[in-house]
Design a protein around this ligand. Structure first.
Ligand code: CA
Length: 598
């Protein structure tokens, strides 16, 4: 398939734009529709619960073989690198972020650029894991996204003009922003990246129309929260789970996408590793690191937290998305719960209202650091010998005892979001089977410097794959089917009522498989690696599927044996849009639109 280009004179484009029906802007009512809002894509996760499930079925198991490109759009520029963004679609416009803090507005029907915003980045930004961005949020007539120098910026959807610009934090101390913001009740919720630099994680809520801070809730125990400029209680109890002063630079950065369930009125934020990585310096559980933290969106207070990896010593960030769903227990009850495929290799099911652990099971092969998760205590059964040893003054470089740990710190699953289908009651997890040699070294905190106190080498553990798309049954813990992939999976997943699961691979394919069997039904080569999640929406009675393509992210930066599996992959940066072939080309569609405007 070749890309199709079409020249649109400026005056004609304007005529088309003015012919569009008037829209009031994205409202809370629109957002509350969640995934039943199908004429666009209004939030990361396709609905605030994060299920990444589309009720559309026009593209389905019977006809997906006829899926063809409608258009493709290049992000251009010399700077490429990882493209992890989920496109947003509203009012006939697509809003998609690119690497290096760029945002493009595109005509969703033709692929023509409407405007672009390129943030002026200072020298010295410190993103740990590539210059990525995972997408924007929409509210009213604004499109809101965060930048690598830790700003949050609201642009006018029609013009791309900056409406407000808020500094989240100081990039010189290692803060950055890469996630997609979450819109709840007129508040724009954001976290912060920088767990490898000893920043303190938190969740901020701002008035989406003005950018003004409403509340902030730290995710390291001991820090004060604020609401409307006043103290709003300390998170937890100072020094309860942290020794000495380490909580002051305690990490637990909130760098993943959040979810929100209107049924519980809670926002679920995942938190990263406690800082530094060397766990021997910080005796205790180190709350609220490597956890799911549930915050009342009205009060800015923590209602519950669940720690996936207490006293983490392997960089098992707990930022992966907590997807709420109706969990059907073995004895036939239905509980509003959340599923999370953690970096540490275990899949957790927690009660979404109380945080109580309901189920936990491995979703990757060969986990070494824990024998399992005890469902009575809710805690891991650690393998004591698999914790990397304390630095040793007598050893060369004061290196502590090295261990081989599975999964690697890049995780059984990393930022690539999974999907849940209420049709099959299965989670579709883009998983990775790999391990690492890891050891500890001495470390002290220095502003703006890496704060790890550990070294590592990532290794493969299987000859035939690292990645595996796995259909997981949350009630039984069973892998219903799996599809191995040579390179690590780093893109997200979309499930649809058409019985399909879409996912991308670093090898460049967007694939559609049968949600029940895993049978591959369609694939398309996008020209560079896919490390972003697909979306679906409908317009004029047609279903569209889109995905961003552009190889990069954390994997190629961290080397080890894994580099051999990915070092042939080419970079890029584009968004691809597909629809069923109906005998009409994009050029025809454009001619129709032009004719209709005269
Ligand atoms: Ca980390």
């Amino acid at each position: 398939m070749s890309r199709q280009f079409r020249f649109v004179p400026a005056a004609l484009a304007l005529a088309v734009a003015t012919a569009l029906p008037a829209h009031a802007g994205v409202t809370d009512a629109d957002l509350q529709k969640g995934n039943t809002y199908t004429s666009g894509v209004l939030s990361a996760g396709i609905g605030s619960e994060g299920q990444r499930y589309s009720p559309l079925a026009k593209v389905n198991t019977g006809n997906v073989a006829r899926l063809v490109p409608a258009w493709s759009f290049s992000f251009g520029g010399e700077k490429q690198r990882g493209q992890e963004s989920q496109p947003m679609v509203y009012n006939g416009k697509m809003f998609v972020t690119g690497s290096y803090s760029r945002l493009f507005a595109i005509d969703a029907k033709t692929g023509a650029q409407l405007w672009k915003y390129e943030h002026r980045l200072p020298d010295g930004i410190m993103p740990c894991c590539d210059v990525v961005n995972r997408g924007a949020a929409l509210y009213d007539n604004l499109v809101i996204f965060g930048t690598l120098d830790a700003h949050l910026i609201a642009l006018n959807q029609d013009t791309g003009k900056v409406v407000w610009d808020q500094k989240l934090d100081d990039y010189k101390s290692g803060h950055s922003y890469t996630a997609a913001p979450l819109l709840v009740k007129g508040l724009v919720l954001t976290g912060i990246s920088g767990g490898e630099f000893g920043v303190v994680g938190r969740v901020d809520a701002r008035d989406a129309k003005t950018g003004k801070l409403v509340w902030t809730r730290p995710t390291v125990e001991g820090h004060m929260g604020y609401m409307d400029g006043k103290e709003n209680g300390i998170s937890g109890e100072t020094n309860k789970s942290w020794p000495g002063d380490l909580w002051k630079t305690g990490g637990a950065s909130t760098w993943g996408n959040f979810t929100y369930d209107p049924k519980t009125n809670l926002v679920y934020a995942g938190t990263g590793n406690p800082a530094p990585w060397n766990s021997h310096l910080r005796e205790g559980d180190n709350l609220y690191s490597s956890s799911t933290v549930a915050i009342d969106v009205d009060t800015g207070k923590i209602v519950w937290s669940y720690q996936n990896t207490p006293h983490d010593g392997w960089d098992f960030d707990g930022v992966n998305e907590f997807i709420t769903f109706d969990y059907k227990t073995a004895d036939g009850k239905t509980v509003r719960a959340g599923g999370k495929a953690d970096r540490n290799g275990f899949f957790f099911v927690n009660d979404a209202t109380t945080g109580k652990l309901l189920n936990a099971f491995p979703f990757v092969n060969g986990i070494t650091w824990a024998k399992g998760i005890n469902l009575d205590t809710g805690r891991p059964e650690y393998v004591a010998d698999n914790r990397p040893g304390a630095p040793n003054d007598a050893a060369e470089g004061k290196k502590g005892n090295s261990v081989f740990a599975v999964p690697s710190f890049l995780g059984g699953k990393n930022q690539q979001p999974m999907a849940y289908s209420p049709d099959t009651n299965l989670f579709y997890v883009p998983a990775n089977d790999w391990g690492m040699e890891i050891w500890n070294e001495p470390i002290g905190y220095k502003k703006g410097a890496a704060y790890l106190g550990a070294g590592f080498t990532i290794k493969t553990i299987s000859d035939n794959h690292i990645g595996a798309l796995r259909a997981m049954n949350p009630a039984t813990g069973k892998v219903e089917w799996e599809i191995p992939n040579n390179a690590p999976l780093w893109g997200g997943v979309l499930a649809t009522h058409g019985g399909l699961v879409f996912y991308g691979t670093p090898e460049g394919f967007l694939k559609a498989v049968d949600a029940k069997s895993g049978k591959e039904l369609w694939k398309f080569q996008t020209g560079t690696g896919v490390v972003a999640p697909p979306v679906a929406w409908e317009e004029n009675g047609e279903e569209y599927i889109a995905v961003v393509s552009g190889w990069g992210g954390a994997v190629p930066l961290w080397g080890g044996d894994v580099a051999k599996k990915v070092n042939f992959l080419n970079q890029g940066g584009s968004v691809w849009v597909f629809k069923l072939f109906n005998g009409q080309t994009t050029a025809d569609a454009g001619a129709d639109t032009a004719a209709a405007s005269h």
